[in-house]
Design a binder for this molecule. Structure first.
Ligand code: ROI
Length: 166
């Protein structure tokens, strides 16, 4: 079994529902267990600003699949959400990214793991810190807590935990 971290993001077509439904679908991937999911966060877009805020979350899975099989399963889920991507770095109904796959380092046409933008994005770092405060970033084993301080505080302020009825 490999522990893997999946990043989820949506800013179209009821984003909170998109992410919650996606999480349920993650739990149904064969040979895979959904261990934990972070809170939902609202974040200002990275990229063009003339698009709605995103809803982001991360999930911890344990899987017997290999990274390509897992990617196939994630792309099936994205397609079921009729994923639309209107333009590069533009709005989308659902994005599922493999952020980490155990301590694997993979750089192929289909897969870049660890996700090359993980450290720069408050909407991936903070939700992961919520569920795995002692996480160490492979392959160097950098404590996740050590990079929080280097995130721009403007971005942190732009990230809010979504609470029910607020
Ligand atoms: N911005 C935010 N805040 N959240 C995302 O999930 C996200 N995903 C993307 C781009 C368009 C880069 N910006 C994002 O793919």
């Amino acid at each position: 079994m490999t522990e893997t971290i999946i990043g989820m993001g949506s800013n179209l077509d009821h984003p909170e529902e998109q992410v919650i439904t996606a999480c349920r679908e993650l739990s149904r991937i064969p040979e895979t267990i959904l261990v934990q999911m972070s809170s939902l966060y609202s974040s200002v877009p990275v990229g063009p600003q003339d698009q709605p805020n995103f809803v982001n979350s991360v999930a911890l899975l344990r899987t017997e699949l290999n990274p390509e099989q897992l990617l196939d399963a994630l792309q099936d889920i994205e397609n079921r959400h009729r994923r639309v991507r209107l333009r590069h770095w533009g709005p989308r109904t659902l994005d599922l990214d493999i952020l980490f796959f155990g301590s694997a380092v993979i750089d192929t046409e289909r897969l870049q793991i660890p996700h090359p933008e993980f450290r720069n994005r408050v909407f991936t770092v903070i939700p992961l810190l919520e569920i795995l405060p002692d996480f160490r970033i492979p392959p160097e084993n950098t404590p996740l807590q050590d990079i929080v301080g280097s995130l721009p505080s403007r971005d942190l302020e732009a990230l809010h935990i979504l609470r029910k009825n607020s």
